[in-house]
Design a binder for this molecule. Structure first.
Ligand SMILES: C[S@@+](CC[C@H](N)C(=O)[O-])C[C@H]1O[C@@H](n2cnc3c(N)ncnc32)[C@H](O)[C@@H]1O
Length: 253
């Protein structure tokens, strides 16, 4: 798949199209806490921090400084504007060359970022370098062994094909990290609260703040939205179905 540059288009709609509800934020906080040690403070790295959806939440929850590393200048600008927090800083960079010293953090989160990393071996090695021994990596990602049944996907011709091409199976993910000195910790799903109605979910989807649309022809996108509009019109106020989110953890040796 060709690389997606968030400076091109996605930065314009990401914050609005991908906003979390308070209940979703709480569910993610709990899921991260359940996978990290109980000690506080914990120093963190938010890899591919984007518009800072999670960065201040991590600093608030785990009490230590959190660095958001993000290659897109336009995504970073919004993070700075949205998420002032005394313990949070945002810096340019990418997984393959992290602008942090050795052993600088206790944990790292990569939330829907790993599929964008082009040189995964370099990224896994760099994460190993900047985490302290025994540190934890949380990867929110999809796995091709268990792709989510996203409520909208089958409306788009080849939607499932595109989703499958973006991700990899657990064996490949595990192989990359084990080669860089990581141990697989856990693979689990986080149940998420419903985000609202189908009418609201469709309005957010129409912002196209989801990189999957960057890999579809315009005609497919139009056909998909026309089909979804028909389906949603039948009962726009029905609660939208939400798929659980897969989280894989690795422990740094
Ligand atoms: C789907 S967004 C996720 C943003 C944020 N983690 C969130 O959940 O809101 C993916 C982000 O990864 C960033 N990204 C792309 N390639 C990257 C790389 N090689 N290293 C780190 N981040 C990268 C993109 O610029 C984008 O901001």
């Amino acid at each position: 798949m060709r690389p997606v540059d968030y400076d091109d288009r996605l930065h314009r709609t990401y914050a609005a199209g991908r906003a979390l509800t308070d209940a979703q934020r709480t569910a993610w906080s709990r899921a991260f806490a359940a996978r990290l040690p109980a000690a506080r403070p914990l120093r963190g790295l938010d890899l591919g921090s984007g518009t800072g959806r999670f960065t201040p939440l991590l600093a608030g929850e785990f009490g230590g400084p959190v660095t958001g590393v993000e290659p897109s200048a336009r995504m970073r600008e919004q993070a700075v504007a949205y998420a002032a927090h005394p313990q949070v800083s945002y810096v340019p960079g990418r997984a393959e060359a992290l602008p942090l010293p050795d052993g600088a953090v206790d944990f790292a989160l990569g939330f829907l970022v790993w599929h964008h990393v082009r040189d995964k071996h370099a990224g896994a090695r760099e994460l190993h370098r900047v985490l302290r021994p025994g540190g934890t990596l949380l990867l929110r990602t999809e796995l091709t062994d268990s792709l989510p049944d996203l409520w909208y996907l089958d409306a788009f011709p080849r939607g499932r094909e595109v989703l499958a091409a973006l991700y990899e199976p657990l064996s490949a993910l595990r192989g990359t990290f084990e080669a860089a000195g990581w141990e697989l910790g856990s693979v689990g799903e986080v149940a998420l609260p419903a985000p609202g109605t189908y009418a609201g979910a469709l309005a957010r989807l129409r912002t196209r703040a989801f990189s999957i649309f960057e890999h579809m022809p315009e005609a497919d996108i139009e056909a998909g939205f026309a089909e979804l509009a028909r389906r949603v019109a039948a009962d726009p106020q029905a609660p939208a179905r939400v798929s659980p989110g897969t989280v894989v953890t690795f422990r740094r040796s």
